[in-house]
Structure formats: structure tokens, C-alpha cells
Design a protein around this ligand. Structure first.
Ligand code: FAD
Ligand code: FES
Ligand code: FES
Length: 515
């Protein structure tokens, strides 16, 4: 039976620090950060950059985990539109302290992560501290990190900028609470949480005359049929998945989409399926889940995901959003091109597969037709004995956009000749590209330094980099060549200098070995 899009409503509810909050009379594109600070006057959550870069606005969102139980995820409130949290539990720094204990004594009732920050002197001016505390809150309830796991602690904190304390005390606090999972009310709430898809059709109607803003409709269909219906009714609606790109268009470029269709409630698009020899990854799978579930099988992909934005960004950003924004410097495309991935485009009239290498016809354009969405991405495991990896070169290791990114796959035959080679790049043309010329120059040849040097001469003709703030065209060309040469060196094994992912992270001590 066709599920209809829910009747329009002018309000919805979410839970904030365990209390219901009704949202009414604000556009759906209002960010959670603005609502907390301007409407609820909860100013513990800070605003630093308002674009996902500093983590000062971090809050914790209770989300369904793969086992059906709830798990806390730290997210940047400046990147979250309010309807995305409809029906969900949000925790801010004001909600962490035990109120009854606090009444008993000004010293009592602090959450272990707050206590750890005090004991390890992790705060000075305090501006970043609520955000750090909420990042540590996620870390505290994670079941995949221990205090000894400095690399993961580093990843957890990379999205929280602190200008005064220095990261060692913050790291010490993180080490003290990582994976602690206390048996407290927060843990109980997560374990017992039941998740209903937040189906919504939220209409904002301006009240002032003349209106400061036009009306707006934010639809979150709960089934694929309802999605097609919404798209038919609103063909020019803006699709929004994790919203990490779309939010910036609203907050920074001041665009005001009249109709948005959110994919938040479509759990059918959020699954990762292990195929016989590969994966199907739903469009709304978050980067964190891709990292956790596919990363162990494909370390060459995980290496890229680890430096994708920050933990807060990865907790919201989706696979489909990363491909559909068609950015020439998006980080997934080069890795997925090297895996020869296929995207599944779906619409009311059915679905079709498009090889990813044909998905980006021009700058910021995709091969999706009107009425189509990206439903999933499919890729096969690398052949036995193949070498697959990825590289990201940016001005800093974490929280930066790639100057050049690459995904590469090599498979040699029994004689050491190149049987399969895929060289994919981002940041060297108007779209992510495969270097077909260089690949052809290598195919069938022995995998030697001479062959690679010959291919490097061809590679230049495959690429059309431009100069911009992240690097000149010649710098990008040089990077692309060096990455291929580094791939060659790395493919020879651990004895050669590897293009290793050395620890230059925020909180890792210099003695940490490369992975
Ligand atoms: C602070 C910060 C750091 C970042 N760091 C990185 C980084 O390191 N590497 C990187 O590659 N990117 C990065 N990004 C960009 C962004 O986070 C990613 O591109 C992300 O994957 C986008 O996914 P989303 O779900 O948030 O997209 P959204 O903002 O929801 O959507 C992006 C675009 O795709 C469309 N869309 C989304 N899903 C679908 C679908 N299923 N079908 C059709 N159209 C769809 C939307 O209409 C929109 O045009 C960063 C962004 C921020 C704010
Ligand atoms: S205010 Fe900086 S990440 Fe949100
Ligand atoms: S304590 Fe001042 S910015 Fe971190």
C-alpha cells in the first residue's frame, strides 16, 4: 500500500536533555545551534565558526546502532537542521550534570567526562570546553575504544579546536574516560531507546507582514513510495541527507530553499550489505559507519575515511551526499573509482546502474536524471593479491579539504606484469578522474621503476588541474606524479619507504608508530 507523506504540520517535537521541546514558528533550515542559543537561550553550546570546523557547538545525538540499541554520536549543531532531530534525543552540556547531586553540593554531580576535564586541567578560557566535553561524552560510551587506543582518541578529538590549553591535558582526560561506559542513566537511556523513523512534513509559515522570510516546507518521507510522491509533488525540492554541505549553503551563502526533502527517515537507504565478494552501501550510510563496517575489510579505504573531516562531520556526512555534491575534491570518489564502483540511481520508474567513472559528466554535475536519487553504491573486493590504497594530501592532516586525493589498485600476474591497474584522482580536473592514459601505458608491462617513469610522462596528459588557494596547477600535477611513484614504492613492500600515515595528529605522542 502506498504510504502517504504525513499531513503537513506546523510543529514537531524532539527531546533535549531528557525533556520534550516543541519546535514551531521557525524555518526547517534553522540549525540546532541557532535554536539552542537564540530560542532556548541555552548558551552552553558555543558558536565558533558556524561551519563545522571548530567543534565548539558539539552536542550528542542518540542514534540507532547496527544492533538496534542506541549510541551517542557527537555532531556539530551548526550543521544540523532542526527537523533532522525530530523525535530524537539531543544532549547538550547543560544536561550532563546530575541535577539532584548538584543541588546537594556545588562540587557534586558532574559527569565523569566533566570531572576528567577538571582533574586533568583540560580547560583554560573555557570557550571550546563544552564542545570538547560532548566529544568526550561520545568517547566515554563508545564500545570500540579503550584509553590505550591513542589513534582513535586522536580521531575523536580532531574536530575540536582549542586555542589555549594545549591538547595534552585534553588527551589525558580523554584517555581517562575512553570506553568507560558507566552504568548510569545515559547508558540506560541508550540501551533502552526505541527508534521510530522521524516521518515529517513540517511547514513554516511566516507571521510577520511583510514576511522577513518566505514560507518553507521540510518533508522527511518514511518510505521510498512516499519519497517518490514527495519528489513528484515538489520536483525542484532540495534533497538533503546528512546536510553537512547543504547546511553551509543556508548559513554561509544565505540561500533559502523553499522545499527540502530529507532522507533522514529512510532506513532502507542506510544499510551496508555484504555481498558475496563486495559491498552494497546505501546512500545515507554515514562515513563513520562506512569506516567501522567496511574499513576492516578494505584498509585502503579506511585510511582515507580516517582523515575525512572530523568525527562530528563523519557522524553526519553520508556516502550519497559526498558523491552527489560532485565536488572535484570529494574524498570518496577517488577511492571508489579505484574500486571501479557502480552507483544505483533510483526513481519512481525503477532503478539503473551507472559506473562511477561515468557519474560525473562535468564540474559539479552528476549523471542523475530529474526525479532520480542516488540509492546505493556497489563495489567488489579487490582481487586476491591485489594492492589497493588511497592517499589524501592537504595542507594539514586533519580537518582539511584535499589538494589532491588518489585511489589506486594494482594486480600483477604470475610473471610480475600489470594485469589490472586503476589510478583515480581528485583535485586534478573539474571532476574526479581516472588516469586512463597512464593506466594503458602500464597495462601488460612489468611493474618496474622504468615502466612507472614512462607512465608518469603520460599521466600529465590525463590531468587538467587548475590553480586555486589550495595549490597551483603545477603543484597539483607534481603531487599526482609523486603519489603514483609513492604507490609504486609502497607496492614493493614494507622494506621500502612507505607513504605511511605518520602520526602528526592532534594528540598523538611522537613515538606512536605509523600504521
Ligand atoms: C567541516 C567540514 C569538513 C568536511 N570535510 C570533508 C572531507 O574531508 N572530505 C570530503 O570529501 N568532504 C568533506 N566535507 C564535505 C561534506 O561533509 C561531504 O561531502 C559529505 O559526505 C556530504 O554528505 P551529506 O550527507 O552531509 O550531504 P548533504 O549536504 O545532505 O547533500 C550534499 C548534496 O548531495 C545531494 N544529495 C545528498 N544525498 C543524495 C542522494 N542520495 N541522492 C541525490 N542527491 C543527494 C544534496 O541535494 C546536496 O546537493 C566536509 C564538510 C564540512 C562542513
Ligand atoms: S560552530 Fe564551529 S563547528 Fe559548529
Ligand atoms: S580552553 Fe580556551 S579555546 Fe580551549
Amino acid at each position: 500500500m502506498l504510504e502517504m507523506v504525513q499531513d503537513r504540520s506546523s510543529s514537531f517535537t524532539f527531546f533535549l536533555n531528557d525533556r520534550p521541546v516543541e519546535v514551531r514558528g521557525v524555518p526547517g533550515t534553522t540549525t540546532l545551534l541557532r535554536f539552542l542559543r537564540d530560542h532556548l537561550r541555552l548558551t552552553g553550546t558555543k558558536e565558533g565558526c558556524a561551519e563545522g570546523d571548530c567543534g565548539a557547538c558539539s552536542v550528542a545525538l542518540l542514534e540507532p546502532g547496527p544492533d538496534g540499541k542506541g549510541r551517542y554520536r557527537s555532531v556539530d549543531a551548526c550543521l544540523v537542521f532542526l527537523p533532522m532531530v525530530a523525535g530524537r534525543h539531543v544532549l547538550t552540556v547543560e544536561g550532563l550534570r546530575d541535577a539532584a547531586e548538584a543541588r546537594r553540593s556545588p562540587e557534586a554531580g558532574f559527569h565523569p567526562v566533566q570531572q576528567a576535564m577538571v582533574e586533568h586541567r583540560g580547560s583554560q578560557c573555557g570557550y571550546c570546553t563544552p564542545g570538547v566535553v560532548l566529544s568526550l561524552f561520545e568517547l566515554c560510551y563508545r564500545d570500540d575504544v579503550q584509553g590505550s587506543d591513542l589513534r582513535r582518541i586522536d580521531e575523536q578529538l580532531a574536530g575540536n579546536l582549542c586555542r589555549c590549553t594545549g591538547y595534552r591535558p585534553i588527551r589525558d582526560a580523554a584517555v581517562a574516560v575512553a570506553g568507560l561506559r558507566p552504568s548510569d542513566a545515559f547508558r540506560l537511556r541508550a540501551d533502552e531507546a526505541r527508534f521510530e523513523p522521524p516521518i515529517l512534513s513540517y511547514a513554516y509559515t511566516p507571521v510577520s507582514d511583510p514576511p522577513a522570510l518566505p514560507g518553507q516546507l521540510y518533508v522527511q518521507p518514511g518510505s521510498i513510495e512516499a519519497l517518490w510522491q514527495a519528489l513528484e509533488e515538489h520536483p525542484s525540492a532540495r534533497i538533503v541527507a546528512g546536510g553537512t554541505d547543504v547546511a553551509l549553503e543556508v548559513t554561509k551563502k544565505k540561500t533559502f530553499p523553499r522545499v527540502l526533502i530529507g532522507l533522514e527517515a529512510l532506513s532502507v537507504l542506510g544499510r551496508i550489505t555484504r555481498l558475496e565478494a563486495g559491498f552494497e552501501v546505501g546512500a545515507t550510510v554515514r562515513i563513520t559507519d562506512l569506516q567501522d563496517q567496511v574499513g576492516p575489510v578494505l584498509p585502503g579505504l579506511e585510511k582515507m575515511l580516517r582523515v575525512f573531516g572530523s568525527r562530528q562531520v563523519r557522524n553526519r556526512a553520508t556516502v550519497g551526499g559526498n558523491l552527489c555534491n560532485a565536488s572535484p575534491v570529494g574524498d570518496l570518489a577517488p577511492a571508489l573509482l579505484a574500486l571501479d564502483a557502480t552507483v544505483v540511481a533510483a526513481s519512481a520508474s525503477g532503478s539503473r546502474e551507472i559506473p562511477l567513472r561515468e557519474f560525473f559528466p562535468a564540474y559539479r554535475k552528476t549523471a542523475l536524471r530529474e526525479g532520480e536519487i542516488l540509492a546505493a553504491v556497489r563495489f567488489s573486493d579487490p582481487p586476491d593479491g591485489a594492492f589497493f590504497t588511497s592517499y589524501k594530501v592537504a595542507k594539514r592532516r586533519e580537518m582539511d579539504i584535499s589538494s589532491v586525493a588518489a585511489g589506486m589498485m594494482l594486480h600483477l600476474d604470475a610473471e610480475g606484469r600489470v594485469q589490472l591497474i586503476r589510478l583515480a584522482y581528485g583535485g586534478v580536473a573539474a571532476t574526479p578522474v581516472r588516469a586512463f592514459g597512464a593506466e594503458a601505458a602500464l597495462l601488460g608491462r612489468p611493474w618496474t621503476e622504468d615502466s612507472v617513469r614512462d607512465a608518469l610522462r603520460v599521466l600529465e596528459r590525463d590531468l587538467h588541474p587548475i590553480s586555486d588557494v589550495r595549490g597551483s596547477a603545477s603543484f597539483r600535477s607534481r603531487l599526482a606524479s609523486n603519489l603514483l611513484f609513492g604507490f609504486y614504492a609502497e607496492s614493493l613492500g614494507p622494506d621500502r619507504d612507505r607513504l605511511a600515515d605518520r602520526p602528526t595528529g592532534t594528540v598523538l605522542p611522537p613515538s606512536t608508530p605509523p600504521v
